[in-house]
Design a binder for this molecule. Structure first.
Ligand SMILES: [Zn+2]
Length: 71
């Protein structure tokens, strides 16, 4: 049994648990894709256009990257 790795739910590559703040995703890239996916769904449900949803996702991603730099 291997400990500390698991297939990434998005890209199926091995995701390392130790030292990975994006766990269970393998990387920041997959983390952002995942974030965009559920934000997009939420905005579609509330009746916003895809364009508006994309803007909202982009602003959240910007904020997330700024936060990551501080840590
Ligand atoms: Zn991944």
């Amino acid at each position: 049994m291997t400990s500390g790795t698991r297939p990434c739910p998005l890209c199926r590559k091995d995701a390392v648990k130790v030292g990975n703040k994006f766990w269970p995703l393998c990387s920041e890239r997959c983390h952002l894709v995942d974030l965009g996916k559920w934000l997009g769904e939420e905005y579609r449900v509330s009746g916003e256009s895809d364009e508006q949803a994309a803007d909202a996702v982009a602003s959240v991603i910007d904020a997330d990257l700024v936060g990551a730099d501080r840590s």
